[in-house]
Ligand binder design. Structure first.
Ligand code: NAD
Length: 352
């Protein structure tokens, strides 16, 4: 087991972890622990190199800090990425090795599932460390976070629709949905039940079949971002909204679950200039974090998560109302609120 510390000007701690025996190569990024231990999932992904993996871990962990701050849960932001490598399959031994690295952080980082990692993988991580959440067994187990994530995105979408279209009903609205995975499919069901016409894309034939059963119209993945619709819901991977894709958008608002939807922060300004309401990803997709926070805090009351979600959705409603009044992109408003919450938290923790 080998740990190399990577110095950055932005993150409290970034570790490059290698375990030769299992073939594990992972990066653990602890962004900010002002409000509590860093909480955030572990992603298993095929990266184009270490730089690419590092950039992903750093952006995702910073997003978790913002998400936890606005969701009002006492956690900081962290994230781990495991670099998939065709030479070394993901094995129980690899996940156990990952768990041993988590353990060396003594609870400063609590891991969970993210794209490419299953509850079974997390059960292996839990053999080596208690600093793991999102398990399917155990007294406080919170299981799959996707349904509550989808519920949060759906409710925020309705609030944003009320601002943009004058009604919170999705009846008759066309939603272009990218990604029919755990969250995307659940969101599709909710939008269909509310009367929306859903046009979606995914490369996974099983996901596509399941969506067709819900009455979803399927288009090729390379057509979804230019689909004429009222709303775009990115629920696949990050970075899909860049200056090129913005030029081809034919929607009036964007609200989806994917983390880090904007390739660069200045995209928020460009969307605003074009009259497209961008609902900040880390605000609308906080349901999963809230769900996992309940487990990490060992709260047995299942209503805790639904109450927190309701508060987070209400905050989102206020956020877009303020942004509209100030004529600024909601992301700028959200980022400013996060900075204030972190500054207040820092002052409180350093008060004599
Ligand atoms: P998932 O892996 O279950 O689903 C992602 C889906 O997107 C897959 O079906 C995949 O085939 C599809 N996809 C990938 N690239 C695509 C493309 N270019 N075009 C169309 N489809 C594409 O993941 P998930 O759990 O549903 O999460 C979706 C997104 O939401 C991720 O960015 C994740 O980080 C974020 N998120 C998830 C949760 C949660 O609770 N699961 C919480 C917060 C944020």
């Amino acid at each position: 087991m080998h740990i190399e510390k990577i110095t950055t000007g932005t993150h409290e701690e970034v570790l490059f972890c290698t375990d030769e025996r299992s073939g594990l190569r992972a990066i653990i990024a602890v962004h900010d622990t002002t409000l509590g231990p860093a909480l955030g999932g572990c992603r298993y992904w095929r990266y184009d190199g270490v730089e690419d993996a590092l950039a992903d871990a750093m952006r995702l962990s910073a997003g978790m800090t913002a998400k936890a701050a606005l969701a009002g849960v006492p956690f900081g932001g962290g994230k781990a990425v495991i670099m998939a490598d065709p030479q070394h399959e993901k094995t129980p031994a690899m996940m156990r090795a990952f768990g041993r690295f988590i353990e060396t952080l003594n609870g400063r980082y609590i891991t969970g599932e993210d794209v490419g990692v299953s509850p079974a993988d997390m059960a292996h991580v839990a053999e080596e460390t208690t600093h793991v959440a999102g398990l399917t067994t155990g007294r406080f187990a919170s299981g799959d976070p996707s349904p509550i994530t989808a519920e949060g995105v759906f409710r925020c979408m309705k609030l944003a629709a009320a601002q943009v279209f004058g009604s919170d009903s999705l009846r008759g609205r066309i939603v272009a949905l990218q990604g029919l995975g755990h969250v995307g499919l659940s969101l599709a069901g909710k939008m269909r039940a509310d009367g929306a016409q859903v046009v979606a894309a995914d490369m996974n034939p099983k996901a596509v079949d399941a969506a067709r059963d819900l009455g979803v119209q399927i288009v090729a993945p390379d057509r979804i971002l230019t689909q004429e619709a009222d709303i775009l819901a990115p629920c696949a991977l990050g970075g899909v909204i860049d200056h090129d894709s913005i030029a081809g958008l034919r929607v009036r608002m964007i609200c989806g679950a994917a983390n880090n939807q904007l390739a660069t922060p200045d995209c928020a300004q460009e969307l605003h200039r074009r009259g497209i309401l961008y609902c900040p990803d880390y605000v609308v997709n906080a349901g999963g974090l809230i769900n996992i926070a309940r487990e990490a805090l060992q709260i047995g009351d299942a209503d805790w998560a639904s109450d927190k979600l309701e508060a987070a959705v209400a905050n989102f409603g206020e956020l877009i109302a303020w942004a509209a009044k100030d004529r600024r992109p909601p992301l700028e408003e959200a980022d400013a609120m996060v900075q204030k919450i972190l500054q207040d938290g820092w002052r409180q923790s350093h008060a004599m």
